[in-house]
Each structure stands twice: as structure tokens, then as C-alpha cells.
Design a protein around this ligand. Structure first.
Ligand SMILES: [Zn+2]
Length: 350
């Protein structure tokens, strides 16, 4: 054995400064403090096995098991890790890529152990990587919430007149001669099969390619989908969604000048393709969909951000329809209109 090796849980005073996390080793040293005569290690073993799957017990209080974050390991091999159930139960893994997931697994292992020893019922289900990653994401969201709130308060404390968007539109829409509906549809790829209609409309006639709608100039509806649909789709349902194209940011709570300030500020981070005035109390910011937003965990974070910004988080739902510019809103007799347009972010260019 390497003479420098110190078994975990022994004197830590010799560890030098550069050893990153001695704290981990203080917990669950595998020192067999629980003994067969002492009692409940069988119960602890069972809890660990329920949580982590098959454990190979090398001593009553220390076993080997597949790392719950093994799929995140960047280096091949060494996916088996040690689990100690004496003292504070702890799973140790030497990979850093699974660190946050493993911290959640440890929280769960400790919580179940402590609950069980206080006579409470504990779940017997295993925790999958997806479950642990969702817990990690929730924790990250909670950590970021304060910063998002601070940022938001600063942004909306300086409201902007919506004319600002119009005057700063990258594509000059002041000079437009055509119809907002067809200019707007040019943001999609001409081959994109999109839905247009009134909210409850279904059937094949409501699904056309953007190119076809522009070419035939036949469009009388008030709403359009932000996503594209699979060929032959007849209903605006999630299972028919082919790909996401835009994320719409809108708020029912903020004033129009506050919404303008928010969309303008978000524009420095996300790709603002268009802003549509709804003909009533809101501006809809159409942001080009980012590939990384396809990850459900990233969507979870965006949803939390939108809520922190007092915006409608239902825009994360792929099938959510939005108001098309270039038609009159019946309830207000005002035009739904384009107030900002960036042709550079059109999917026709890919
Ligand atoms: Zn690991």
C-alpha cells in the first residue's frame, strides 16, 4: 500500500492546503462504527440499496455501487464508487463532473436514513439521474433567483416608449409597403409547416407552409404557431410538433413601456427577431429559438426566469399560438402590428 495513504475519517491535520475537500472525508468514514451487535446497519444497507441499486458490501458499513451520476463522467472507467453508511451516510466519487448530482444523492440518502431512524416511512424507490438533475436545477434556480429579481427591477425602473423599438428596428419597417402578415411569415423557413387560425381551429386547412401562405397571400386569421409541425398534421398538439422556432416573451402584468424596456434588455442576450403589438395591452417579443433550449432542464430555468420577470411562462409550451401582425383585433379594433423586425434572424437564411 502507498505509505502516504490515510484511510478516510482518520486524522486530517496532515492534509495540505491543496487538498480540495477534506470535509467529504469527515463524513461517512467507513470505520464500522455501526456493528452487527450495535444495531441498524441492515436497515441502512436496505435504504442505500433501495436508493442506489445493487450494492456490493465489502464491510457491513461500506460497499461499492454504480455512481448515480456515472452517465455524466467525462473520463471512461471507474464508474463504481463507494458508499459508507456509518456516521453520516455518504457516497464518494472521484469524478468532478457528477459532483452536484452526487450531492443531491447524498442529501437523499441522509434524509431517508434519518427519517427512517426517527420511525418515519421513507420511499423505497431508486433515484434516477433525471430526478437528481431536476433537483440540482431547482437548487441552481433558487440560487439565481435573487440576481434575476435584481436585474429585472433595474430594467423596469427605466421604462421605454415603444417607439424606441420601432426606431431601432434592424430592418426598417417604417418604409414598408407590404402587409405585416407576409413580412412576418418570412421569419420562418419557406418549407416550415405552421399552423394559422383562431384559437380552437383544427384540420388540414389550418396547416400550410410559410412559403405557400406568402405565395398565395391567403390568410385571414389572427393567430400563428411559434413551432413547426410534422407533415399531415391536423391538430395543434405536442405530439405533432416538429421543431421549435421562437420563444415569445409577453407580460400581462407590466405596462407597455416596462415591457419595451424588458424586451430591449433581453435582446442583448437572446436573438430578438420581431416584436408584435397585440392590439391591446401587450408587446410580444419573438426570440429566435436556441438549440440549447431543447433541453428540458434549460427550459425549466427559462420558465423560472420568465416568472421572475412577471412574464407568461406558458410561452414555453411549443403549441401555444400567438397573435399574427397585420390583422385587426376584433375586441379593440386596433391593428395587431409589427413594431420591430430583424430579417437577419429569419430561418429562411439557414
Ligand atoms: Zn460519479
Amino acid at each position: 500500500m502507498n505509505p502516504d495513504f490515510k484511510s478516510p475519517g482518520t486524522d486530517l491535520s496532515d492534509y495540505s492546503e491543496d487538498f480540495p475537500s477534506p470535509q467529504l472525508l469527515l463524513q461517512g468514514g467507513g470505520n464500522d462504527i455501526l456493528t452487527e451487535a450495535g444495531g441498524n446497519f441492515e436497515q441502512r444497507q436496505e435504504i442505500a440499496e433501495n436508493l442506489l441499486g445493487d450494492v456490493e458490501w465489502l464491510t457491513p458499513c461500506m460497499g461499492e455501487v454504480a455512481c448515480p451520476g456515472a452517465d455524466l463522467h467525462t473520463n471512461a472507467g471507474a464508474d463504481r464508487v463507494r458508499v459508507y453508511i456509518d456516521n453520516v451516510p455518504t457516497i464518494h466519487c472521484f469524478h468532478s463532473s457528477c459532483e452536484r448530482v452526487l450531492a443531491e444523492a447524498n442529501r437523499e440518502l441522509r434524509s431517508r436514513t434519518s427519517r427512517s431512524e426517527r420511525g418515519r416511512n421513507v420511499p423505497r424507490t431508486a433515484v434516477g439521474l433525471g430526478y437528481l438533475q431536476a433537483k440540482v436545477k431547482n437548487r441552481e434556480i433558487n440560487e439565481k433567483l435573487y440576481g434575476w429579481n435584481q436585474w429585472f427591477n433595474q430594467v423596469v425602473s427605466k421604462p421605454l416608449h415603444p417607439r424606441f423599438l420601432y426606431e431601432n428596428s434592424p430592418t426598417d419597417i417604417d418604409q414598408r409597403l407590404g402587409d405585416d402578415r407576409f413580412l412576418f411569415l418570412r421569419l420562418y423557413n419557406p418549407n416550415d409547416l405552421i399552423w394559422t387560425g383562431e384559437i380552437g381551429d383544427t384540420g388540414r386547412k389550418h396547416f400550410s407552409t410559410a412559403g405557400c401562405l406568402i405565395g398565395e397571400k391567403r390568410l385571414r386569421h389572427h393567430h400563428v404557431s411559434t413551432c413547426t409541425f410534422k407533415p399531415e398534421s391536423q391538430r395543434r398538439t405536442t405530439k405533432n410538433v416538429l421543431s421549435r422556432r421562437f420563444l415569445v416573451v409577453e407580460s400581462d402584468e407590466l405596462s407597455i413601456p416596462q415591457q419595451t424596456a424588458l424586451l430591449w434588455a433581453l435582446r442583448s442576450e437572446w436573438k430578438l427577431a420581431a416584436v408584435v403589438y397585440s392590439g391591446s395591452k401587450s408587446l410580444h417579443g419573438w426570440f429566435r429559438w436556441s438549440e440549447q433550449w431543447n433541453d428540458p432542464l434549460v427550459q425549466k430555468e427559462i420558465k423560472a426566469r420568465l416568472k421572475a420577470y412577471h412574464c407568461d411562462a406558458s410561452s414555453l409550451r411549443a403549441t401555444q399560438p400567438y397573435r399574427l401582425p397585420g390583422v385587426m383585433r376584433k375586441s379593440t379594433l386596433k391593428m395587431q402590428s409589427l413594431v420591430y423586425y430583424n430579417a437577419y434572424y429569419s430561418y429562411a437564411k439557414i
